[in-house]
Ligand binder design. Sequence first.
Ligand SMILES: [Zn+2]
Length: 406
Amino acid sequence: MPTQLLSKIDELKDEAIQLHSKLVSIPAIGPDNNGDGEKAKADFLTEYLNENGFGEVKSYNAPDDRVECGYRPNLVTMIPGQDRSRTLWVISHMDVVPVGDLSLWTTDPFEMKLDGDAIYGRGVEDNHQGLVSSIIAAKALLKSGMTPGINLGLIFVADEETGSEYGLEYMLKEHENLFKKKDLFLVPDFGEPNSGIVEIAEKSTIWFKVTVEGKQCHASTPEQGINSLVAAAAMIVEVPELKHHFDEEDKLFSPPFSTFEPTKKEANVENVNTLPGKDVFYIDCRVLPNYDLSEVKEQVKGMGLYVAEEYGVKITVDIENESQAAPPTSVDSEIVEKVLFAVKEVYNVDAKPGGIGGGTVAAHLRERGYETVVWSTLLHQAHQPNEKGSIKNTLNDAKVMALLPF
Ligand SMILES: [Zn+2]
């Protein structure tokens, strides 16, 4: 193990804190969340990388009229390896989610607070940790003067929080020539506090919007109307039945089965003495990748027809969001082996390949046949008020990243 390289990373602790602090102070919120995008953060990072001896920093700008500058930046920089035909890519995202309810924060979300090893602020975990770790890993490499076995490529993408159309998906659609099938990909945007899960598979996701229409009337004369809430409730209690139709298990995942959960319920009538005539609720489904989502749609629509007939209401089932899972990255792939080895070296943990309920940018890569691992050491603070990160984890994750291209 190149111990000299790893101790260089420990020496960069203050640098990591400063970088974290600077990044928190530049909110990068996408226009879907009423923000002005990632330009300011990208400009800062470009300047920082230029001043710190990184080679060329290229910006791949996805046109987007909704932000003032007219584009969403995606940055790429690379440290050449001995074998320049292959690259280990570390992909993190610059955008953050909005603060949510500000009254739940005890500090200013856009001013980092340091407390021992803990740091607080919007984005410190999601995804500044991955971003800072990859920069620190690369900077330690540059300082050590060592040449990695293969290239180390860093990518900072836009738009991860709202679908990646202007981020990784744009890069893959318009600039796929940057990537080779034998390249290795690490996405440090999901992980356990004990570093123990190396994510290689995702479940498919489908969200249903169910609209139940009956007939509104005064609650004292229910016979003159049709109560949509009662019919909606009947359908809601049917939803868990889906588990019996889609009952396979896969130990790679936790939980190892598909899940079907009624979640959001829109408000109906404002007063207690009105019998509601319209109710809208939503179902979140996470389905093992071997099932075709069209089968799930068929089941939910069938359920709607059954309840509609039983209660004399009209039920419309719309799809709010749908994503069939990409083929998993193989347990035996080179990137999985490398990450498992490096995690053991740095954390002394026997990590396990696993699957999650879905939704990282890795799907865009796996869809196109790139072997991708999602891993980092995180405290499960993403999107929360008082989002908390760890400097120690930032540095140790940097060590794992620094070992990978060797
Ligand atoms: Zn993220």
